[in-house]
Design a protein around this ligand. Sequence first.
Ligand code: FAD
Length: 478
Amino acid sequence: PPIIVWFRESLRLSDHPALYAAAASVAPVVCSYVYDQESPELRRLGGATRWWLAQSLRALGADLQALGADLVVRRGPAAKVLGQLARETKARAVFWNDVAQSGPRAVAANVESALGEIDVASRVFPDDLLIDPSKLRGKDGRGPRVFTPFWKRVLALGDPPKPLPRPARLSSVSVVASLAIDELALEPTRPDWAGGLRATWQVGERAAQGRLARFLDAPVRTYAANRDRPDVESTSRLSAHLRFGEISPRQVWHAARFAAAERPAFAPGIDKFLSELGWREFSRHLLYDNPDLATRNLQPSFNAFPWTQDGAALAAWQRGRTGYPIVDAGMRELWHTGSMHNRVRMVAASVLVKHLLIDWRLGEQWFWDTLVDADPGSNPASWQWVAGSGADAAPYFRVFNPMLQGEKFDSQGSYVRRWVPELARLPAALIHQPWAAKPLELAEAGIALGRSYPAPIVDHKQGRERALAAYATLRTSD
Ligand code: FAD
């Protein structure tokens, strides 16, 4: 009787412990993906991640086909769907990789009991994380709350297990009914807003491996110095591939270590790169301890924060019309490509929660819907970090100056020029604060401030003072 491999977040063939084990047995294998919109324990995907998922499933299906297997796609509550698939195929077991989060684990527990009732075995393999969160407890039984000691502990544990190879072939079960990916209706149709995403991304395991190889071949050398610059492509752009497990952190780790050994000049860039992977890991560990990370302030003092309700300001921010060029460039990059440079994410988020006094949860939800890498750990953890309500967070009173951030990290203004074309003709010295230009300079650049491009939605100095006054109303004792 066959073994079903339930693909969850590891949408790849290599370093896939459940698939590897199933392929190593003599049993035929049924590879399945269940699109589960019903289980209440799971956070519904946003628009951009649904688009990514569709491409990723197509890539996985094609890769499986090359090994002689089909991807059986179904929809519905995972426990019900897998129970039925097990009966249909007379499977003896279902194998899957763990997803070390409370919601997905609760769903997996339901799957296990549904299978148990029909005498089908379940086998759970390790999660994609470098280290299982349950293995990294402090003396108080709780997980890490400060990044630096967390990362030191992870490094002290030494290398994670070596990645597993992809199976050479799969003996599969033929003719099992499957939905076509289109039937999942993951992609937008009317309107089809995904043109920018299609133009930007190659999705799937092969694309992820290619990206990693290209990054380690050169850009990583200058990563430590350039990673904050949105005007050059200096980072790996692997986050969405990692989000869907098209590549595992173990694969990234070992490839990076290998590159560092081959080319010692790359080692500092590689250490920095791996520590960023560490932030992803840290965020997932925070999520493990705080399943409500996207909705609850980790610091309860923030529950009393006097957020404002300002729909017009929120909409201006979402559409990239705040009048702060670096922020608007980022928000438009996000809308068009489903991604935004990390430095710009920080500045844009800071302007929302500080200059506009809008609850970080509204920003988190917008990112959740529009980012192709929208991650249940990294997104809320980063928002809480910026807002100051999180673990090991940037203090609220540290208010980014969007002009200085622009001048420092996009010094020639080329990032702003690319995404805010109405400012393209301003010289670098003015592009991060068009309101400081003289009327003649604006006229020469073809800008009608307040019409073709907005004046700042709130003056920086006033916004800063208002934010600090709001913060001062919090009780800081708890
Ligand atoms: P690289 O610089 O090449 O880094 C390598 C990998 O490390 C990334 O692919 C990513 O997996 C991880 N990483 C890097 N920086 C961080 C970080 N600060 N926190 C957590 N992991 C990190 N990242 C997401 O993956 N999903 C999100 O939903 C997300 N939301 C964010 C929201 C805000 C407000 C902010 C400030 C940051 C957010 N980040 C998120 C973190 C970071 O911006 C992205 O991971 C990074 O920009 C991805 O680009 P890259 O793959 O080129 O990163």
